[in-house]
Design a protein around this ligand. Sequence first.
Ligand code: MD5
Ligand code: FE
Length: 203
Amino acid sequence: WAEPLAPGAMVLRGLALATQHEILAALAPLIARAPFRHLVTPGGHRMSVAMSNCGHLGWVSDARGYRYSGIDPDSGLPWPAIPAPWLALALDAARRAGFPDFDPQACLINRYQPGARLTLHQDRNEHQLTQPIVSVSLGLPAVFLFGGDRREDKTQRIPLAHGDVVVWGGPARMRYHGVLPVKPGVHPLLGECRVNLTFRQVT
Ligand code: MD5
Ligand code: FE
């Protein structure tokens, strides 16, 4: 069930299933303190994906640009801590993929309601490029677009389901990627949404 996707990229199918109930139980209190919000890009577009964060740093976007911030701009408070079962899963996934020193400072929480998508982009706001990004898919399935080093490179479509974990490291760390619009549906535990957790080492 550990499939290499490309050099540096490894899918761990269903790795989150063993602890899914603890993982999902941690989501509601966190969202009560740092609610999902639709960020605006520097270009003025409201993102269809709603976001929140936990950890020492959170990813934010506004008219000034994209950056990591230790403070939730909506509440003026620090982001909530990364819940223990989330951190345990992220560290386990990273270790299995060959990154035993992974020490994430940030977890971006993306909520996709049906129709929400992420256009092709690179994750380039982190300085620590020797460490991977670990992503955990929960709820409705999605089709992930895995591109190349250039925006115009052809993309592979990778289906991601509830419980799948992907480690994006090494030469895969800076590849272009996106998520196709999520199809309508109802997940038995999460309802009408997909939630993706991405763990990042920023510095
Ligand atoms: C998602 N989120 O499904 C994805 C999972 C984001 C984002 O893309 O920026 O919030 S993370 C996928 C990822 C990260 C780093 C590198 C690569 C993919 N890659 O090389 O394809 O919500
Ligand atoms: Fe990304």
